[in-house]
Design a protein around this ligand. Sequence first.
Ligand code: ADP
Length: 503
Amino acid sequence: MTSILTAVRPASARAQALLDAPQDARMLIGGDWVGASDGATLPSIDPATGAVIGHIPDATPHDIDRAVRAARAAFDSWSQTPPAERAAILWRIADLIDANIDELAEMETLDQGKPLYVGRWAEIPGAAGQFRFFAGQATAIEGRTITPSITYQPAGKQVHAWTLREPVGVVAAIVPWNSPLVLTAMKLAPALAAGCTLVLKPAEDTSLTALRLAELMVEAGLPAGVLNVVTGRGARSGAALAAHHGVDKVAFTGSTATGRAILDASKGNLKRVTLELGGKSPVIVLPDADLDLAIPGAANAIFFNGGQVCVAGSRAFVHASIYDRVIEGLSSYADGLQLGHGLNPATQMGPLVSARQAERVADFVAGARTAGASVMTGGERSGDAGTFIRPTVIADVSPDMDVVREEIFGPVLVVQRYDDLDQVVAAANDSVYGLAASVWTESLSSAHRLSRRIQAGTVWINCHLMYDASLPIGGVKQSGYGRDSGVAALDNYLEWKTVCAVL
Ligand code: ADP
């Protein structure tokens, strides 16, 4: 399908206002809504049309310093707030997200480009789910009692020892632009449950829903300074935040290159750092797979959200016996996807987030062509305005091609053929990344065996992109370390303290 659908007028007043005229946004520091100290702003752009829909402050290092100080000032009180009170606030935040779900989904679509259904049915409910899950966890944080075997304890005395779990302190949450609100919630909810205070820096391309969420969090009763939101360029505000000595921990989701820069910046005061980075996730289709499920499943694994998903299934491995059928199925699925403005309910795939990202993706496809790969479908920019790229399926690749090795973060699938399980395991693991994988098979035995042999933080079986607040997500190898979601995520925001007493 070559036509690009245009926007349908949104239902919420805020989204309508953004569509009608650029809206000025302010950031939240110590309970005050402020601009950047030097007055600098950045435009927010609707990637489907190129229209400016708003302006956000471009925070200065001075603003970052104020935000960190505000988070520090709020820490003692918030960390000592009874867990049940913290839980009640988190639950109210979830309720307010639900109450404003249409507005948040529409704003996300305008700012990021994603089809409305992605926000409305997956990501915004997912954000509420994070706050509810971690509301439950706030009252369940506990240490252990330990019986040590110390040989030199004083005669007649006993050693009593136990551990406490204590919040790590001021957290800098730095999040990317692909799924802005839910990825923000994945950082904020466990950090707040643990008793940490935060400075959040959303991505410069997609800050609007984070600022709206902050309003809702204030409305839910979050005390001033517990959450501060600073907007602006990564190289200016992000870098200042990652290096600030008043920050105890950085929780980052984004590219592997930026993850490395953050790690470097953390050295000054040895911040704790967790990194949820890039991926090149394999999708392995076995000869016994139910292809009526596996073909649309594999297509959705890469084309959902235009492939702008860290766990996107960007490398398909298909058994030789079904290769031709699967590649034909994937290509016709791609051809059938309707591109358009995310605010049109018939849109199945939106634009990429920015012109920069669209160029990057197009360059990868051009490079694959030059290297001798076959572009079965897609690959080209589409439409007169906006940053649309047709969903792309590439075959005849070799393992050393950039399109096979690098994270593209766009709707580009490379398909490789294999003959046996040992071969596909080796090929799937031949990547610096290890974020996620999916295995498509009717064989319980193959599913279990492969789930152990694939190097990844998550292995899905007969599905891909199944997220829940209860399920840890994160990577091995250069996909990072630490986990978001699930009980495991609390560990990012808690220290162990040992108390040892002779009594
Ligand atoms: P991309 O390169 O695709 O924009 P990034 O991983 O660079 O993705 O962006 C993720 C987040 O990291 C964004 O909020 C961005 O502003 C921020 N960021 C970018 N560069 C830096 C940096 N040097 N230090 C801290 N944060 C950064």
